[in-house]
Ligand binder design. Structure first.
Ligand SMILES: Nc1ncnc2c1ncn2[C@@H]1O[C@H](COP(=O)(O)OP(=O)(O)OP(=O)(O)O)[C@@H](O)[C@H]1O
Length: 587
Protein backbone atom coordinates (compact mmCIF):
# COMPACT_ATOMS: atom_id res chain seq x y z
CA UNK A 1 0.00 0.00 0.00
CA UNK A 2 2.77 2.40 1.01
CA UNK A 3 4.70 1.51 -2.09
CA UNK A 4 1.65 2.04 -4.22
CA UNK A 5 1.15 5.45 -2.72
CA UNK A 6 4.71 6.49 -3.27
CA UNK A 7 4.46 5.31 -6.84
CA UNK A 8 1.39 7.40 -7.33
CA UNK A 9 2.87 10.50 -5.83
CA UNK A 10 6.02 10.04 -7.89
CA UNK A 11 4.13 10.81 -11.00
CA UNK A 12 1.88 13.52 -9.72
CA UNK A 13 4.50 16.09 -10.46
CA UNK A 14 4.32 19.69 -11.43
CA UNK A 15 5.20 20.79 -14.91
CA UNK A 16 8.82 21.76 -14.97
CA UNK A 17 9.35 22.88 -18.53
CA UNK A 18 8.64 26.53 -19.11
CA UNK A 19 6.69 27.65 -22.13
CA UNK A 20 9.12 28.52 -24.87
CA UNK A 21 8.47 29.09 -28.54
CA UNK A 22 9.26 26.28 -30.94
CA UNK A 23 12.68 26.26 -32.50
CA UNK A 24 14.54 28.18 -29.87
CA UNK A 25 17.70 26.37 -28.97
CA UNK A 26 17.83 24.36 -25.81
CA UNK A 27 20.99 24.35 -23.84
CA UNK A 28 21.34 20.71 -23.09
CA UNK A 29 23.98 21.53 -20.58
CA UNK A 30 21.28 23.18 -18.49
CA UNK A 31 19.61 19.90 -17.86
CA UNK A 32 20.60 18.37 -14.57
CA UNK A 33 22.55 15.17 -14.50
CA UNK A 34 20.30 12.79 -12.70
CA UNK A 35 21.20 9.58 -11.01
CA UNK A 36 19.92 6.19 -12.11
CA UNK A 37 19.61 6.88 -15.77
CA UNK A 38 21.09 5.38 -18.79
CA UNK A 39 21.42 6.10 -22.44
CA UNK A 40 20.10 3.57 -24.83
CA UNK A 41 21.54 2.73 -28.20
CA UNK A 42 25.24 2.18 -27.98
CA UNK A 43 27.37 4.40 -30.08
CA UNK A 44 29.78 3.01 -32.60
CA UNK A 45 31.72 4.72 -35.37
CA UNK A 46 33.93 5.25 -38.50
CA UNK A 47 35.16 7.87 -41.05
CA UNK A 48 34.03 10.30 -43.76
CA UNK A 49 33.40 8.56 -47.05
CA UNK A 50 35.73 10.56 -49.21
CA UNK A 51 38.27 7.94 -50.20
CA UNK A 52 35.98 5.51 -51.86
CA UNK A 53 38.64 3.36 -53.47
CA UNK A 54 40.29 2.39 -50.22
CA UNK A 55 39.37 -0.88 -48.55
CA UNK A 56 37.16 -0.30 -45.55
CA UNK A 57 39.79 -1.29 -42.96
CA UNK A 58 42.20 1.31 -44.35
CA UNK A 59 39.58 3.93 -44.60
CA UNK A 60 38.51 3.40 -41.03
CA UNK A 61 42.04 4.21 -39.94
CA UNK A 62 42.47 7.31 -42.10
CA UNK A 63 41.40 10.67 -40.77
CA UNK A 64 39.13 12.28 -43.32
CA UNK A 65 37.99 15.88 -43.06
CA UNK A 66 34.47 16.49 -41.82
CA UNK A 67 31.78 17.28 -44.37
CA UNK A 68 29.66 20.39 -44.06
CA UNK A 69 25.99 20.18 -44.96
CA UNK A 70 24.04 23.37 -45.53
CA UNK A 71 20.29 23.10 -45.23
CA UNK A 72 17.84 25.67 -46.56
CA UNK A 73 14.74 26.50 -44.50
CA UNK A 74 12.17 23.66 -44.54
CA UNK A 75 14.58 20.98 -45.74
CA UNK A 76 16.12 17.98 -43.99
CA UNK A 77 19.25 15.88 -44.11
CA UNK A 78 18.38 12.18 -44.16
CA UNK A 79 21.00 9.69 -43.15
CA UNK A 80 21.47 6.01 -42.47
CA UNK A 81 24.31 4.74 -40.32
CA UNK A 82 25.00 1.03 -40.05
CA UNK A 83 25.53 -0.78 -36.79
CA UNK A 84 29.24 -1.01 -36.14
CA UNK A 85 29.84 2.46 -37.46
CA UNK A 86 29.44 5.82 -35.78
CA UNK A 87 29.01 9.28 -37.19
CA UNK A 88 29.42 12.55 -35.37
CA UNK A 89 27.12 15.45 -36.14
CA UNK A 90 27.50 19.02 -34.97
CA UNK A 91 25.19 21.97 -35.54
CA UNK A 92 27.47 24.78 -36.68
CA UNK A 93 24.86 27.49 -37.00
CA UNK A 94 21.12 28.00 -37.42
CA UNK A 95 18.49 25.79 -35.81
CA UNK A 96 17.88 22.11 -36.41
CA UNK A 97 15.87 19.29 -34.91
CA UNK A 98 15.85 15.54 -35.05
CA UNK A 99 12.28 14.28 -35.06
CA UNK A 100 11.18 17.36 -33.14
CA UNK A 101 14.02 17.51 -30.64
CA UNK A 102 16.34 20.43 -31.11
CA UNK A 103 20.05 20.09 -31.49
CA UNK A 104 22.17 22.36 -29.36
CA UNK A 105 24.71 24.41 -31.24
CA UNK A 106 28.28 23.11 -31.15
CA UNK A 107 27.37 19.97 -29.23
CA UNK A 108 28.60 16.77 -30.86
CA UNK A 109 25.97 14.10 -31.30
CA UNK A 110 26.88 10.54 -32.20
CA UNK A 111 24.73 8.08 -34.09
CA UNK A 112 25.00 4.42 -34.91
CA UNK A 113 22.52 1.90 -36.22
CA UNK A 114 20.26 4.82 -37.06
CA UNK A 115 18.01 5.88 -39.91
CA UNK A 116 16.85 9.42 -39.27
CA UNK A 117 16.66 13.00 -40.51
CA UNK A 118 17.74 16.38 -39.21
CA UNK A 119 15.22 19.02 -40.21
CA UNK A 120 15.50 22.79 -40.13
CA UNK A 121 12.75 25.39 -40.10
CA UNK A 122 15.07 28.34 -40.52
CA UNK A 123 18.15 26.92 -42.23
CA UNK A 124 21.35 25.59 -40.70
CA UNK A 125 24.82 24.21 -41.30
CA UNK A 126 25.83 20.80 -39.99
CA UNK A 127 29.23 19.24 -39.69
CA UNK A 128 29.34 15.50 -40.20
CA UNK A 129 32.35 13.30 -39.54
CA UNK A 130 33.10 9.74 -38.57
CA UNK A 131 34.60 8.09 -35.56
CA UNK A 132 36.58 4.90 -35.50
CA UNK A 133 34.86 1.64 -36.40
CA UNK A 134 34.05 -0.35 -33.35
CA UNK A 135 34.79 -4.01 -32.97
CA UNK A 136 32.18 -6.61 -32.19
CA UNK A 137 29.14 -5.60 -34.15
CA UNK A 138 25.76 -7.17 -33.79
CA UNK A 139 24.97 -10.48 -35.40
CA UNK A 140 24.15 -10.37 -39.04
CA UNK A 141 25.25 -6.77 -39.51
CA UNK A 142 28.74 -6.28 -40.78
CA UNK A 143 30.57 -3.22 -39.61
CA UNK A 144 29.81 -1.06 -42.61
CA UNK A 145 31.55 2.06 -43.65
CA UNK A 146 29.30 3.69 -46.21
CA UNK A 147 30.17 6.12 -48.93
CA UNK A 148 28.22 9.09 -47.63
CA UNK A 149 29.39 11.95 -45.44
CA UNK A 150 30.91 10.61 -42.25
CA UNK A 151 30.68 7.08 -43.63
CA UNK A 152 26.88 7.06 -43.74
CA UNK A 153 25.48 4.19 -45.78
CA UNK A 154 23.18 6.66 -47.39
CA UNK A 155 22.62 10.38 -46.91
CA UNK A 156 20.98 13.12 -48.87
CA UNK A 157 19.14 16.38 -48.49
CA UNK A 158 15.40 16.49 -49.10
CA UNK A 159 13.49 19.67 -49.85
CA UNK A 160 10.07 18.03 -49.62
CA UNK A 161 9.00 16.90 -46.20
CA UNK A 162 5.64 16.56 -44.43
CA UNK A 163 6.92 18.59 -41.48
CA UNK A 164 4.51 21.48 -42.10
CA UNK A 165 1.61 19.00 -42.03
CA UNK A 166 2.94 17.45 -38.83
CA UNK A 167 3.44 20.86 -37.23
CA UNK A 168 -0.15 21.73 -38.13
CA UNK A 169 -1.30 18.58 -36.36
CA UNK A 170 0.64 19.72 -33.32
CA UNK A 171 -1.01 23.15 -33.40
CA UNK A 172 -4.46 21.60 -33.87
CA UNK A 173 -3.82 19.36 -30.85
CA UNK A 174 -2.63 22.39 -28.95
CA UNK A 175 -5.93 24.14 -29.69
CA UNK A 176 -7.76 21.09 -28.35
CA UNK A 177 -5.59 21.16 -25.23
CA UNK A 178 -6.35 24.81 -24.64
CA UNK A 179 -10.04 24.05 -24.98
CA UNK A 180 -9.66 21.14 -22.57
CA UNK A 181 -7.95 23.47 -20.15
CA UNK A 182 -10.66 26.10 -20.37
CA UNK A 183 -13.71 23.85 -20.02
CA UNK A 184 -12.24 21.14 -17.82
CA UNK A 185 -12.44 18.23 -20.20
CA UNK A 186 -9.72 15.76 -21.13
CA UNK A 187 -7.11 16.67 -23.73
CA UNK A 188 -6.93 14.89 -27.10
CA UNK A 189 -6.26 11.15 -27.15
CA UNK A 190 -4.37 10.53 -30.36
CA UNK A 191 -3.96 7.17 -32.08
CA UNK A 192 -1.32 6.67 -34.78
CA UNK A 193 -2.10 4.04 -37.38
CA UNK A 194 -0.29 2.93 -40.50
CA UNK A 195 1.58 0.05 -42.06
CA UNK A 196 5.14 -0.83 -41.10
CA UNK A 197 7.73 1.89 -41.66
CA UNK A 198 5.11 4.53 -42.38
CA UNK A 199 6.58 6.90 -39.79
CA UNK A 200 4.20 6.34 -36.84
CA UNK A 201 6.90 6.23 -34.18
CA UNK A 202 8.64 9.18 -35.79
CA UNK A 203 5.45 11.25 -35.73
CA UNK A 204 4.84 10.18 -32.11
CA UNK A 205 8.31 11.50 -31.25
CA UNK A 206 7.70 14.77 -33.12
CA UNK A 207 4.34 15.39 -31.46
CA UNK A 208 5.74 14.45 -28.05
CA UNK A 209 8.73 16.69 -28.52
CA UNK A 210 6.70 19.67 -29.64
CA UNK A 211 4.28 19.18 -26.76
CA UNK A 212 6.98 18.98 -24.09
CA UNK A 213 8.75 21.95 -25.64
CA UNK A 214 5.80 24.18 -24.79
CA UNK A 215 5.46 22.76 -21.33
CA UNK A 216 2.89 20.04 -21.93
CA UNK A 217 3.03 16.60 -20.41
CA UNK A 218 1.83 14.01 -22.93
CA UNK A 219 1.26 10.43 -21.89
CA UNK A 220 2.88 8.36 -24.59
CA UNK A 221 1.77 4.78 -25.01
CA UNK A 222 3.73 2.27 -27.02
CA UNK A 223 1.63 -0.68 -28.08
CA UNK A 224 4.29 -2.07 -30.42
CA UNK A 225 5.99 -5.08 -28.82
CA UNK A 226 8.46 -5.42 -31.67
CA UNK A 227 10.53 -2.50 -30.45
CA UNK A 228 11.02 -1.18 -26.95
CA UNK A 229 10.27 2.36 -25.96
CA UNK A 230 12.55 3.25 -23.08
CA UNK A 231 13.08 -0.43 -22.53
CA UNK A 232 13.54 -3.80 -24.07
CA UNK A 233 11.34 -5.24 -26.83
CA UNK A 234 8.46 -7.51 -25.89
CA UNK A 235 6.88 -4.88 -23.70
CA UNK A 236 3.98 -2.45 -23.87
CA UNK A 237 4.60 0.82 -22.07
CA UNK A 238 3.09 4.11 -20.99
CA UNK A 239 5.28 7.06 -20.12
CA UNK A 240 4.59 10.59 -19.01
CA UNK A 241 6.93 12.86 -20.93
CA UNK A 242 7.65 16.10 -19.18
CA UNK A 243 11.08 16.82 -20.54
CA UNK A 244 12.89 16.70 -23.84
CA UNK A 245 13.55 13.56 -25.79
CA UNK A 246 17.08 12.44 -26.48
CA UNK A 247 18.49 13.38 -29.86
CA UNK A 248 20.80 10.37 -29.99
CA UNK A 249 18.54 7.80 -28.39
CA UNK A 250 15.16 8.71 -29.73
CA UNK A 251 12.88 8.48 -26.74
CA UNK A 252 15.60 9.10 -24.18
CA UNK A 253 16.45 7.19 -21.07
CA UNK A 254 14.47 5.32 -18.50
CA UNK A 255 15.88 4.86 -15.05
CA UNK A 256 17.39 1.54 -15.97
CA UNK A 257 20.73 2.56 -14.51
CA UNK A 258 23.53 5.12 -14.78
CA UNK A 259 23.43 8.87 -15.29
CA UNK A 260 22.25 10.62 -18.43
CA UNK A 261 22.44 14.20 -19.67
CA UNK A 262 18.74 14.10 -20.55
CA UNK A 263 16.21 13.79 -17.72
CA UNK A 264 14.95 10.33 -16.98
CA UNK A 265 11.54 9.10 -18.02
CA UNK A 266 9.61 6.66 -15.86
CA UNK A 267 7.74 4.15 -17.94
CA UNK A 268 5.05 1.79 -16.76
CA UNK A 269 5.92 -1.50 -18.40
CA UNK A 270 3.93 -4.64 -19.08
CA UNK A 271 5.34 -7.79 -20.57
CA UNK A 272 3.96 -8.93 -23.92
CA UNK A 273 6.58 -11.43 -25.01
CA UNK A 274 5.34 -11.95 -28.53
CA UNK A 275 6.02 -10.20 -31.80
CA UNK A 276 2.45 -10.32 -32.94
CA UNK A 277 -0.47 -8.68 -31.12
CA UNK A 278 -2.85 -10.86 -33.10
CA UNK A 279 -1.55 -14.06 -31.50
CA UNK A 280 -4.39 -16.05 -29.98
CA UNK A 281 -6.73 -13.52 -31.59
CA UNK A 282 -5.50 -10.86 -29.19
CA UNK A 283 -6.39 -12.90 -26.10
CA UNK A 284 -3.27 -11.74 -24.26
CA UNK A 285 -2.67 -8.42 -26.00
CA UNK A 286 -6.14 -7.03 -25.37
CA UNK A 287 -6.22 -7.42 -21.59
CA UNK A 288 -2.79 -5.82 -21.34
CA UNK A 289 -3.94 -2.92 -23.52
CA UNK A 290 -6.93 -2.56 -21.20
CA UNK A 291 -4.63 -2.61 -18.23
CA UNK A 292 -2.45 0.13 -19.69
CA UNK A 293 -5.49 2.18 -20.60
CA UNK A 294 -6.76 1.94 -17.02
CA UNK A 295 -3.42 3.13 -15.69
CA UNK A 296 -3.26 5.95 -18.20
CA UNK A 297 -6.79 7.17 -17.54
CA UNK A 298 -6.10 6.84 -13.82
CA UNK A 299 -3.10 9.04 -14.20
CA UNK A 300 -5.04 11.57 -16.22
CA UNK A 301 -7.62 11.73 -13.48
CA UNK A 302 -4.96 12.57 -10.90
CA UNK A 303 -2.61 14.75 -12.88
CA UNK A 304 -4.04 17.88 -14.38
CA UNK A 305 -1.14 18.54 -16.73
CA UNK A 306 -1.43 15.04 -18.16
CA UNK A 307 -5.20 15.32 -18.41
CA UNK A 308 -5.06 18.55 -20.37
CA UNK A 309 -2.30 17.37 -22.67
CA UNK A 310 -3.83 13.98 -23.44
CA UNK A 311 -2.41 10.78 -24.84
CA UNK A 312 -0.37 9.76 -27.88
CA UNK A 313 -0.68 6.08 -28.76
CA UNK A 314 1.81 4.44 -31.13
CA UNK A 315 0.78 1.12 -32.64
CA UNK A 316 2.49 -1.79 -34.37
CA UNK A 317 2.48 -1.82 -38.17
CA UNK A 318 0.56 -5.09 -38.25
CA UNK A 319 -2.57 -3.23 -37.15
CA UNK A 320 -2.28 -1.17 -40.32
CA UNK A 321 -2.21 -4.30 -42.43
CA UNK A 322 -5.18 -6.11 -43.78
CA UNK A 323 -4.69 -9.07 -41.42
CA UNK A 324 -7.85 -10.62 -40.01
CA UNK A 325 -8.42 -9.39 -36.50
CA UNK A 326 -6.50 -6.13 -36.91
CA UNK A 327 -9.65 -3.98 -37.04
CA UNK A 328 -10.89 -5.74 -33.93
CA UNK A 329 -7.71 -4.74 -32.09
CA UNK A 330 -7.94 -1.18 -33.41
CA UNK A 331 -11.48 -1.05 -32.11
CA UNK A 332 -10.34 -2.30 -28.75
CA UNK A 333 -7.64 0.38 -28.52
CA UNK A 334 -9.98 3.17 -29.68
CA UNK A 335 -12.50 2.16 -27.06
CA UNK A 336 -10.13 1.57 -24.16
CA UNK A 337 -8.22 4.81 -24.59
CA UNK A 338 -11.34 6.80 -25.57
CA UNK A 339 -9.49 7.96 -28.65
CA UNK A 340 -10.57 11.31 -30.11
CA UNK A 341 -8.11 11.73 -32.97
CA UNK A 342 -6.89 9.02 -35.33
CA UNK A 343 -3.94 9.91 -37.55
CA UNK A 344 -3.50 7.51 -40.44
CA UNK A 345 -0.15 7.46 -42.22
CA UNK A 346 0.78 5.97 -45.53
CA UNK A 347 -2.29 3.92 -46.44
CA UNK A 348 -5.36 5.13 -48.33
CA UNK A 349 -7.07 1.81 -47.77
CA UNK A 350 -6.59 1.94 -44.03
CA UNK A 351 -7.64 5.57 -43.90
CA UNK A 352 -10.82 4.83 -45.78
CA UNK A 353 -11.71 1.82 -43.58
CA UNK A 354 -10.96 3.66 -40.35
CA UNK A 355 -12.71 6.86 -41.44
CA UNK A 356 -15.84 4.90 -42.35
CA UNK A 357 -15.91 3.31 -38.96
CA UNK A 358 -14.96 6.18 -36.68
CA UNK A 359 -15.02 9.60 -38.31
CA UNK A 360 -17.42 11.89 -36.52
CA UNK A 361 -18.65 9.14 -34.20
CA UNK A 362 -18.91 9.99 -30.49
CA UNK A 363 -15.80 9.04 -28.52
CA UNK A 364 -16.10 6.29 -25.93
CA UNK A 365 -15.24 8.68 -23.12
CA UNK A 366 -17.74 8.84 -20.26
CA UNK A 367 -18.01 12.57 -20.84
CA UNK A 368 -18.38 12.38 -24.63
CA UNK A 369 -22.04 13.41 -24.50
CA UNK A 370 -21.45 16.23 -22.02
CA UNK A 371 -18.74 17.80 -24.14
CA UNK A 372 -20.09 16.69 -27.51
CA UNK A 373 -16.82 14.89 -28.17
CA UNK A 374 -16.38 13.20 -31.54
CA UNK A 375 -13.63 11.18 -33.16
CA UNK A 376 -11.77 12.75 -36.09
CA UNK A 377 -9.86 10.62 -38.55
CA UNK A 378 -7.08 12.46 -40.37
CA UNK A 379 -4.97 11.27 -43.25
CA UNK A 380 -1.34 12.32 -43.18
CA UNK A 381 1.46 12.00 -45.70
CA UNK A 382 4.14 9.46 -45.12
CA UNK A 383 7.57 11.04 -45.24
CA UNK A 384 9.65 10.14 -48.27
CA UNK A 385 12.47 9.57 -45.79
CA UNK A 386 10.79 6.65 -44.02
CA UNK A 387 13.30 3.89 -44.33
CA UNK A 388 12.57 0.22 -44.66
CA UNK A 389 14.31 -1.69 -41.93
CA UNK A 390 15.15 -5.22 -42.89
CA UNK A 391 15.08 -8.12 -40.44
CA UNK A 392 18.81 -7.91 -39.76
CA UNK A 393 18.60 -4.21 -38.91
CA UNK A 394 15.57 -4.70 -36.69
CA UNK A 395 17.28 -7.61 -34.92
CA UNK A 396 20.40 -5.52 -34.36
CA UNK A 397 18.24 -2.71 -32.95
CA UNK A 398 16.52 -5.09 -30.53
CA UNK A 399 19.83 -6.56 -29.44
CA UNK A 400 21.25 -3.12 -28.96
CA UNK A 401 18.34 -2.20 -26.68
CA UNK A 402 18.85 -5.33 -24.59
CA UNK A 403 22.62 -4.96 -24.46
CA UNK A 404 22.27 -1.37 -23.35
CA UNK A 405 19.78 -2.34 -20.65
CA UNK A 406 22.44 -4.47 -19.00
CA UNK A 407 25.72 -2.88 -20.03
CA UNK A 408 24.92 0.74 -20.81
CA UNK A 409 26.73 2.54 -23.54
CA UNK A 410 29.88 0.57 -24.27
CA UNK A 411 31.77 3.28 -26.15
CA UNK A 412 32.65 5.85 -23.53
CA UNK A 413 35.36 7.50 -25.60
CA UNK A 414 33.01 8.49 -28.36
CA UNK A 415 30.43 10.44 -26.50
CA UNK A 416 31.59 11.30 -23.02
CA UNK A 417 28.31 13.02 -22.23
CA UNK A 418 26.22 9.92 -22.80
CA UNK A 419 28.79 7.20 -22.19
CA UNK A 420 27.76 4.92 -19.40
CA UNK A 421 29.22 1.58 -18.62
CA UNK A 422 27.05 -0.53 -16.39
CA UNK A 423 28.12 -3.51 -14.38
CA UNK A 424 25.36 -6.07 -14.27
CA UNK A 425 25.59 -8.78 -11.65
CA UNK A 426 25.85 -12.43 -12.54
CA UNK A 427 24.38 -14.89 -10.08
CA UNK A 428 23.43 -18.55 -9.82
CA UNK A 429 19.84 -19.25 -8.93
CA UNK A 430 18.06 -22.45 -8.02
CA UNK A 431 15.49 -23.04 -10.70
CA UNK A 432 13.20 -24.57 -8.10
CA UNK A 433 13.00 -21.25 -6.23
CA UNK A 434 11.82 -19.36 -9.32
CA UNK A 435 8.18 -19.07 -10.33
CA UNK A 436 8.57 -18.75 -14.07
CA UNK A 437 5.54 -18.53 -16.35
CA UNK A 438 5.42 -18.90 -20.08
CA UNK A 439 2.67 -17.96 -22.52
CA UNK A 440 1.17 -20.84 -24.41
CA UNK A 441 -0.67 -18.70 -26.93
CA UNK A 442 -0.31 -20.20 -30.38
CA UNK A 443 1.66 -17.91 -32.59
CA UNK A 444 1.70 -17.86 -36.35
CA UNK A 445 5.46 -18.01 -36.42
CA UNK A 446 5.99 -20.34 -33.52
CA UNK A 447 6.54 -23.90 -34.47
CA UNK A 448 6.60 -25.68 -31.16
CA UNK A 449 2.95 -25.53 -30.37
CA UNK A 450 3.16 -28.66 -28.30
CA UNK A 451 2.70 -26.62 -25.17
CA UNK A 452 -0.53 -25.21 -26.45
CA UNK A 453 -3.41 -27.00 -24.88
CA UNK A 454 -6.71 -25.37 -25.86
CA UNK A 455 -8.54 -27.42 -23.24
CA UNK A 456 -6.71 -25.38 -20.60
CA UNK A 457 -7.96 -22.12 -21.89
CA UNK A 458 -11.67 -22.33 -21.30
CA UNK A 459 -14.35 -20.76 -23.41
CA UNK A 460 -13.15 -17.23 -22.82
CA UNK A 461 -10.16 -17.87 -25.00
CA UNK A 462 -12.12 -16.77 -28.01
CA UNK A 463 -12.08 -13.61 -30.08
CA UNK A 464 -12.66 -10.79 -27.66
CA UNK A 465 -12.85 -13.19 -24.72
CA UNK A 466 -11.14 -11.88 -21.68
CA UNK A 467 -10.44 -8.54 -23.26
CA UNK A 468 -12.59 -6.59 -20.91
CA UNK A 469 -11.69 -8.69 -17.94
CA UNK A 470 -9.10 -8.12 -15.35
CA UNK A 471 -8.03 -9.69 -12.19
CA UNK A 472 -7.07 -7.21 -9.59
CA UNK A 473 -3.42 -7.80 -8.69
CA UNK A 474 -3.38 -8.03 -4.94
CA UNK A 475 -1.36 -5.25 -3.51
CA UNK A 476 1.48 -6.87 -1.67
CA UNK A 477 2.16 -5.01 1.56
CA UNK A 478 5.87 -5.70 1.43
CA UNK A 479 6.20 -4.97 -2.23
CA UNK A 480 9.82 -5.21 -3.23
CA UNK A 481 11.71 -2.16 -4.35
CA UNK A 482 11.85 -2.13 -8.14
CA UNK A 483 15.00 -3.14 -9.91
CA UNK A 484 16.57 -0.23 -11.71
CA UNK A 485 15.27 -1.78 -14.89
CA UNK A 486 11.84 -0.31 -14.78
CA UNK A 487 9.97 1.95 -12.46
CA UNK A 488 6.27 2.10 -12.89
CA UNK A 489 5.28 5.71 -12.37
CA UNK A 490 1.63 4.89 -12.69
CA UNK A 491 -0.64 3.41 -10.11
CA UNK A 492 -1.98 -0.05 -10.72
CA UNK A 493 -5.57 0.00 -11.92
CA UNK A 494 -8.07 -0.74 -9.21
CA UNK A 495 -11.64 -1.95 -9.11
CA UNK A 496 -11.26 -4.33 -12.00
CA UNK A 497 -13.57 -7.32 -12.05
CA UNK A 498 -12.21 -10.70 -11.02
CA UNK A 499 -11.55 -13.11 -13.83
CA UNK A 500 -11.37 -16.85 -13.92
CA UNK A 501 -7.84 -17.92 -14.60
CA UNK A 502 -8.76 -20.63 -17.04
CA UNK A 503 -8.78 -18.00 -19.79
CA UNK A 504 -5.19 -16.92 -19.29
CA UNK A 505 -2.77 -18.87 -21.47
CA UNK A 506 0.07 -18.61 -18.96
CA UNK A 507 1.57 -21.83 -17.67
CA UNK A 508 4.16 -22.34 -14.98
CA UNK A 509 7.40 -23.71 -16.40
CA UNK A 510 7.96 -27.00 -14.58
CA UNK A 511 11.30 -28.49 -13.49
CA UNK A 512 13.74 -29.49 -14.83
CA UNK A 513 14.96 -26.13 -16.07
CA UNK A 514 14.48 -26.15 -19.86
CA UNK A 515 17.65 -25.58 -21.83
CA UNK A 516 15.68 -23.15 -24.03
CA UNK A 517 15.84 -20.67 -21.16
CA UNK A 518 19.44 -19.97 -22.04
CA UNK A 519 20.07 -16.64 -23.77
CA UNK A 520 16.55 -15.33 -23.22
CA UNK A 521 15.04 -12.62 -21.03
CA UNK A 522 12.96 -13.04 -17.89
CA UNK A 523 10.62 -10.25 -16.86
CA UNK A 524 10.24 -9.92 -13.10
CA UNK A 525 6.70 -8.79 -12.37
CA UNK A 526 5.36 -7.02 -9.32
CA UNK A 527 3.03 -9.98 -8.71
CA UNK A 528 3.79 -12.22 -5.75
CA UNK A 529 5.43 -15.55 -6.50
CA UNK A 530 2.21 -17.42 -5.74
CA UNK A 531 0.04 -15.16 -7.89
CA UNK A 532 -2.57 -16.57 -10.25
CA UNK A 533 -1.89 -16.49 -14.01
CA UNK A 534 -4.20 -13.53 -14.49
CA UNK A 535 -2.41 -11.60 -11.76
CA UNK A 536 0.90 -12.37 -13.41
CA UNK A 537 -0.31 -11.26 -16.83
CA UNK A 538 -1.73 -8.05 -15.40
CA UNK A 539 1.25 -7.13 -13.26
CA UNK A 540 3.63 -4.40 -14.30
CA UNK A 541 7.29 -5.22 -14.69
CA UNK A 542 9.97 -4.50 -12.14
CA UNK A 543 12.99 -5.37 -14.26
CA UNK A 544 14.60 -7.97 -16.47
CA UNK A 545 17.07 -10.81 -16.10
CA UNK A 546 19.12 -12.38 -18.86
CA UNK A 547 19.66 -16.13 -18.58
CA UNK A 548 23.28 -16.81 -19.41
CA UNK A 549 23.33 -20.53 -18.68
CA UNK A 550 21.13 -23.42 -17.68
CA UNK A 551 22.27 -26.52 -15.85
CA UNK A 552 19.23 -28.78 -16.04
CA UNK A 553 20.85 -31.59 -14.06
CA UNK A 554 21.85 -29.46 -11.12
CA UNK A 555 18.72 -27.35 -11.45
CA UNK A 556 20.70 -24.11 -11.64
CA UNK A 557 20.40 -21.10 -13.87
CA UNK A 558 23.03 -18.41 -14.19
CA UNK A 559 21.47 -15.02 -14.73
CA UNK A 560 22.57 -11.49 -15.34
CA UNK A 561 20.69 -8.87 -13.30
CA UNK A 562 20.98 -5.10 -13.55
CA UNK A 563 21.63 -4.96 -9.80
CA UNK A 564 23.07 -7.32 -7.23
CA UNK A 565 21.30 -8.64 -4.18
CA UNK A 566 18.65 -11.19 -3.47
CA UNK A 567 16.15 -12.00 -6.20
CA UNK A 568 12.81 -10.47 -5.30
CA UNK A 569 10.25 -13.23 -4.61
CA UNK A 570 8.07 -12.34 -7.54
CA UNK A 571 6.41 -14.14 -10.41
CA UNK A 572 8.48 -14.10 -13.57
CA UNK A 573 7.41 -14.09 -17.21
CA UNK A 574 9.68 -15.85 -19.65
CA UNK A 575 10.19 -13.89 -22.87
CA UNK A 576 10.53 -17.14 -24.70
CA UNK A 577 9.39 -16.26 -28.16
CA UNK A 578 9.98 -12.49 -28.15
CA UNK A 579 12.48 -10.90 -28.16
CA UNK A 580 13.69 -14.52 -28.10
CA UNK A 581 17.26 -15.68 -28.05
CA UNK A 582 20.12 -13.23 -27.78
CA UNK A 583 23.30 -15.23 -27.99
CA UNK A 584 26.53 -13.89 -26.62
CA UNK A 585 25.37 -11.19 -24.27
CA UNK A 586 27.68 -12.71 -21.69
CA UNK A 587 31.03 -13.92 -22.91
N1 LIG B 1 12.15 11.85 -42.64
C1 LIG B 1 12.88 10.77 -42.39
N2 LIG B 1 14.14 10.68 -42.87
C2 LIG B 1 14.91 9.58 -42.64
N3 LIG B 1 14.48 8.53 -41.95
C3 LIG B 1 13.24 8.57 -41.44
C4 LIG B 1 12.38 9.67 -41.63
N4 LIG B 1 11.20 9.42 -41.02
C5 LIG B 1 11.32 8.20 -40.47
N5 LIG B 1 12.54 7.70 -40.71
C6 LIG B 1 13.06 6.38 -40.29
O1 LIG B 1 12.31 5.40 -40.99
C7 LIG B 1 12.15 4.24 -40.17
C8 LIG B 1 10.67 3.94 -40.06
O2 LIG B 1 10.02 4.97 -39.35
P1 LIG B 1 9.12 4.69 -38.07
O3 LIG B 1 9.82 3.82 -37.10
O4 LIG B 1 8.65 6.01 -37.58
O5 LIG B 1 7.95 3.89 -38.74
P2 LIG B 1 6.79 3.07 -38.05
O6 LIG B 1 5.58 3.30 -38.88
O7 LIG B 1 6.70 3.39 -36.60
O8 LIG B 1 7.34 1.60 -38.26
P3 LIG B 1 6.89 0.21 -37.58
O9 LIG B 1 5.42 0.16 -37.54
O10 LIG B 1 7.47 -0.79 -38.53
O11 LIG B 1 7.53 0.20 -36.23
C9 LIG B 1 12.79 4.58 -38.84
O12 LIG B 1 14.09 4.04 -38.83
C10 LIG B 1 12.83 6.09 -38.83
O13 LIG B 1 13.85 6.59 -38.00
Amino acid sequence: MGAAQSQTSAWVQTRETSKVPLHTSYLFSNFPHLLHLQSFFPVIMSLPGLELTQPSEDRSQAAAPPSQINLTPGSEWRFEVAFGHVIKVKLLNGTAELFGTELAESQTYTFTGTKAAIFTWHGCALEVSAAETVQGTSDGIASTFGHGAGGCQSEYTAEETPMMEYANVHFALETMREEAQSIGKDGPRVLLLGPENSGKTTLAKILTSYATKIGRQPLVVNLDPTEGQLGVPGTLTATAFRTILDVEDGWGSSPMSGPSPVPVKLPLVYSYPSQNPLDGEGAVYKPIVSRLALSVTGRMAEDEDARETGIIVDTPGILGSDKPGSMDLINHIVTEFSITTILVLGSERLYSTVAKQYDNKPSSSATAAVFDEHVSVIKLSKSGGCADRDDAFRKATRESQIRTYFFGNPMPSLSPASAITLSPHAQQLDFSTLQIYSYTTPSADEEDEDEYDPSQLGTDFLPGGGAEDYAEPKQDPDRAAPLPGVVGSFSEPANAPEKTDSSVPLKKVPAPAPSALANTLLAITHAPANASPSEVRDASIMGFLYVADVDGEKGKVRVLAPVGGRMPPRAIIWAKSWPGELVGLVG
